[in-house]
Design a protein around this ligand. Structure first.
Ligand code: ZN
Length: 473
């Protein structure tokens, strides 16, 4: 009596057929019963792609047991469950030959001991492989086509802000998106917004907590502005680029305006902003990194002494930092706040801010047009319509123009937190106190580049003349 193994494998290419491991196993058990074999063990593997190189531990164990002579029959659902490539199939045929192993499949008899049986197995294997490859190709094409038609893309979890149909707006979540967009555009850090959302128990669409990377993806996605974005597919989800190419107006409604979306996309893809570092520190010192040591020019950090918060030149070993300057944090914060708010009350600054943060004169539109042109050039090169040299020559002026527009957009984004602030002198201090550190920092960074702290005068307890402001002109 033959000692049979059941081999089953779950993979994406048969997912649509609902062919889970349990179903495969049940069918194989029945088959073994019909054949009059004895079931020894089940060897289940789980891999996603039919022809990926992912290891199959159960498969390896099965081959080893056949070599050891403890197994002399295999039952599986279909040849395409057993092997993933012609080479693997040849190994099985070879093994069947040497060890006299019999193979039975639920979908039809295959006798690997005869030339006809082997031919059928090879043909079935080749057909399955072709189907899997063809399907991958077809899916890629469909994704691109449906992107261009502005259609809904399926799969995965529902996008935040929209219901399961991916079209109906969920009002409550749309409000959260608008709030987050407004605050990030006003210069607040992603981690600060996330922290505050956590306090209010605002959850993601998968009932998780908001973290900066998730919020960044949401706000940078063209989807929330009712536009369809095509992101060229890469092997792994985690390396998916933040921004794709906006290819069409979508069939679903917008939650934020296209202008705000373009600003967010520029702001959030700015490599100068290190989101991970921001997320990690969760700054509590208002002016760390903004203050400079008056003796050595080093960035001053917040550091308490005897429980009193101070900013100090850090005296980092092996660097030029001197460690010779320190200032009381509370009084310095207050002084810098007063200077900044006073400056904001001046008509000249008001005028400049209005100019900088005002209408973008179609700048975002220009950026998008340039990005699309770059994409077209890349495609022309990929399709061998132009040479690499031609490609490079054509993209140089576009790159230069893009860089300029992006810098301009970034300047505008930096200035925008000030818009709501100008010309309201008496209200300012109250509103300032209601802000969190991140929001306050955004206001300061939009007004001053650095504040240099001079060496303390030993005869004065508090000396405002120690501070030199480098205003953003
Ligand atoms: Zn120093």
């Amino acid at each position: 009596m033959r000692r049979a193994a059941i081999y089953c494998r779950i993979s994406q290419d048969r997912e649509g057929a609902g062919l889970g491991v349990a179903r495969q196993e049940a069918d194989c058990r029945a088959l073994i019963g019909r054949k009059g074999w004895v079931m020894v063990d089940v060897y289940p593997d789980n891999d996603v792609s039919a022809y990926s190189g992912a290891p199959r531990p159960a498969w390896k164990r099965l081959l080893a047991d056949i070599e050891d002579g403890t197994i002399d029959a295999i039952a599986c659902w279909h040849v395409d469950r057993l092997t993933r490539s012609p080479r693997e199939l040849e190994n099985v045929i070879d093994l069947a030959d040497r060890r006299g192993v019999e193979l039975a499949t639920v979908t039809g008899e295959i006798d690997l001991a005869t030339p006809t049986g082997r031919l059928i197995a090879r043909m079935l294997g080749a057909a399955a492989r072709h189907e899997a490859e063809h399907k991958a190709e077809r899916q890629k094409r469909q994704r691109r086509q449906s992107a261009e038609a502005g259609k809904v893309s399926g799969g995965g979890t529902r996008p935040y802000g929209y219901a399961e149909d991916r079209i109906t707006v969920i009002d409550e979540e749309a409000e959260v998106i608008c709030e987050a967009a407004r605050r990030v555009l006003a210069g607040e850090s992603l981690s600060s917004v996330c922290r505050e959302f956590r306090k209010r128990d605002i959850m993601t669409s998968t009932r998780g907590h908001w973290v900066p990377t998730t919020l960044r993806r949401l706000l940078a996605s063209a989807r929330i502005s009712g536009r369809r974005e095509h992101t060229p597919h890469s092997a792994s989800e985690s390396t998916r680029p933040l921004l794709g190419v906006i290819v069409a107006d979508a069939v679903w409604p917008a939650i934020i305006s296209a202008t705000d979306s373009d600003r967010l996309r520029t702001l959030l893809s700015d490599p100068a902003r290190d989101f991970r570092a921001q997320a990690a520190t969760g700054r509590t010192y208002l002016l760390s990194g903004i203050l400079r040591c008056g003796r050595c020019g080093w960035r001053m950090n917040g550091r308490p002494r005897s429980g009193v918060p101070r900013y100090v030149c850090p005296n980092v070993p092996g660097t030029a930092s001197c460690g010779g300057v320190a200032t009381n944090a509370a009084r310095t914060d207050e002084h810098v706040r007063d200077m900044v708010l006073t400056a904001l009350d001046s008509p000249e600054l008001a005028k400049r801010v209005r100019h900088q943060a005002g209408d973008d004169d179609g700048l975002a539109e220009d950026v998008r047009a340039d990005e699309e042109q770059l994409e077209e050039l890349a495609q022309a090169w990929a399709a061998r319509e132009i040479s690499r040299k031609e490609w490079m020559a054509a993209r140089a002026p576009i790159d230069a123009r893009l860089e300029k527009s992006r810098a301009q957009l970034a300047r505008m984004s930096r200035a925008s937190p000030l818009l709501g602030f100008i010309g309201t002198a008496e209200e300012m201090v109250n509103r300032w106190e209601a802000m969190n550190v991140s929001q306050q920092r955004a206001i300061i960074s939009a007004t001053v580049r650095t504040v240099v702290v001079g060496v303390a005068n030993p005869r004065k307890r508090w000396d405002p003349d120690r501070f030199t402001f480098d205003w953003i002109a």
